[in-house]
Design a protein around this ligand. Structure first.
Ligand code: A2P
Length: 216
């Protein structure tokens, strides 16, 4: 194998343009501030705090490092299942370096992660790996897991954000739509139990992102 072929990235994904990233981080910050001040959130505070702790600062609770992006394929430098096939596929090679418009449809907060749900277009779905949504047995449509990690609680790995989103979608699929808590400026806020909060964006946000890869 050539040297080039042996150089697989940590992951492929869509990387948000700075302006779009700033907009999204602003939305997330607003949501956290609102949650912090909501009586309904305070009622369920124990999901986020150790026993006896009276308050939590959500803006400090969630930390994020690295580029803000939506992972398509986690390659782990070629060690992940299907990584090489994905990296070498024609559609990936063709689209590297191209800009697309990503659509965000919801923000979610759990005791573990802060994320945004991404709605993929059919064209974007061509870059979505076949094993991208929880593997065989997943009843969710392709692209369900598409998301952007905006923050993780201490000791939580970013991979958790996608798992949290899948859990929310599974609850919805079982008919558990969550309890409507309040209509915020950005849209309706629902509580799904166990510290899971979902804000559906009344007007989905759309912004530019570059399809590329990250080597770490
Ligand atoms: P996410 O896409 O939810 O943000 P790490 O820093 O832990 O190596 O992760 C690098 C990126 O790859 C993160 O964006 C992370 O999650 C994603 N990621 C890590 N592990 C996996 C995995 N097993 N499946 C899918 N995505 C992963």
């Amino acid at each position: 194998a050539s040297l080039e072929a042996a150089c697989y990235p940590l992951y492929f994904g869509w990387f948000l343009r700075h302006s779009f990233r700033d907009e999204l981080e602003g939305l997330a910050k607003d949501l956290l501030k609102t949650l912090d001040s909501l009586e309904a959130f305070k009622k369920h505070l124990s999901d986020f705090t150790a026993e006896g702790e009276g308050a939590v600062n959500l803006e400090e609770y969630f930390q994020h490092e690295g580029p803000v992006h939506c992972t398509t394929k986690f390659c782990d430098y070629g060690n992940a299942d299907g990584a090489k096939e994905y990296a070498e596929s024609q559609v990936v090679q063709q689209r590297l370096g191209s800009v697309t418009e990503l659509q965000l449809q919801a923000l979610f907060v759990t005791p573990r992660t802060l994320g945004a749900r991404v709605a993929l277009t059919p064209e974007q779905l061509q870059l979505w790996p076949t094993d991208g949504d929880g593997g065989v047995g997943s009843a969710l449509p392709p692209g369900s897991r598409a998301h952007i990690t905006l923050g993780c609680a201490q000791g939580v790995e970013p991979v958790q954000t996608g798992l949290d989103l899948l859990q929310i979608l599974q609850l919805q699929q079982q008919g558990q739509e969550g309890v409507h808590v309040e209509d915020l400026e950005l849209g309706p806020l629902s509580y799904y139990g166990n510290g899971i909060w979902v804000l559906s964006l009344r007007e989905p946000r759309v912004g530019p992102a570059l399809f590329s890869c990250f080597h770490g």
